[in-house]
Design a protein around this ligand. Structure first.
Ligand SMILES: Nc1ncnc2c1ncn2[C@@H]1O[C@H](COP(=O)(O)OP(=O)(O)OP(=O)(O)O)[C@@H](O)[C@H]1O
Ligand SMILES: O=C(O)c1ccc[n+]([C@@H]2O[C@H](COP(=O)([O-])O)[C@@H](O)[C@H]2O)c1
Length: 211
């Protein structure tokens, strides 16, 4: 059983934080991964290379606060599938939010920055999440806590310019040609990375698996 915020000794390995050296540049890639797919791997690899990250931590959520959980597979199953997909020496998979006792990103990042002050964190998300980002709890705090990298996704590019987040923080956006600097910048700072696209979505994969 997974306890919410019990002693770390009682927690399974996949809830722990990965090891990192002081000064490492860490991309935090939060997701439902229900199931994980090639689009997720493309996002993680794009961020790893373009932001010159030391590691990407795939943060498998106990449950997106804004999504219906009816179709959500058990956390342990999503962890194992995500680890099989990530499978790269610089990629690590954790459900550390279980240990933190939250599924809200602002709170997660606040606690991570406090626990590991020597690391340089960047929040990674797909462009579709930018459109509704202003509905996330304390979304401005997120942008003002760590730099944010938004990775392009089919049919989502328009939201980059029109979303409330993009509007509110338009002067904090850096060109994608400067993306390698992003982890060194003080928040608020964000970039939008264009590149190869992948049409895959978990919704479509779940639909195909239906009997
Ligand atoms: N094909 C893709 N291209 C770019 N980003 C993606 C892609 N699929 C997912 N993402 C991003 O990866 C993160 C995790 O996504 P998530 O696990 O919700 O997958 P999903 O395919 O969007 O799922 P669902 O269809 O159930 O909403 C989010 O930031 C999302 O924007
Ligand atoms: O903090 C919030 O209010 C919030 C609202 C929506 C999504 N998130 C986080 O965003 C990440 C991507 O979620 P998803 O379901 O699009 O994969 C995941 O880590 C969620 O916990 C967070």
């Amino acid at each position: 059983m997974i306890s919410a915020a019990g002693s770390s000794a009682a927690l399974p390995d996949w809830v722990r934080l990965p090891h990192a050296e002081p000064g490492n540049r860490i991309g935090i890639f939060g997701g439902s991964f229900n199931p994980p797919h090639s689009g997720h791997r493309l996002v993680a690899m794009t961020a790893l290379r373009r932001l010159r990250l030391d590691q990407v931590w795939w943060l498998v959520t106990p449950g997106n606060p804004l999504k219906d959980k009816t179709e959500l597979a058990p956390l342990e199953r999503r962890i194992h599938m995500t680890a099989a997909l990530a499978n790269h020496p610089r990629m690590h998979v954790t459900a550390h939010e279980v240990a933190l006792g939250t599924s809200f990103t602002a709170e997660t990042l606040r606690q991570l920055c406090r626990k590991r002050p020597s690391l340089r964190f960047v929040w990674i998300m797909g462009a579709d999440n930018l459109a509704g980002f202003h509905r996330w709890q304390n979304w401005r705090t997120i942008v003002e806590t760590v730099p944010v990298a938004v990775i392009d996704r089919p049919d989502a590019s328009l939201s980059v310019l029109s979303s409330p987040m993009a509007q509110a923080y338009r002067t904090s956006r850096i060109d994608d040609s400067d993306a390698a600097c992003l982890p060194e910048l003080r928040a608020p700072a964000w970039t939008f990375l264009r590149g190869p696209l992948d049409e895959t979505s978990s919704t479509e994969l779940r639909r195909r698996q239906e009997p």
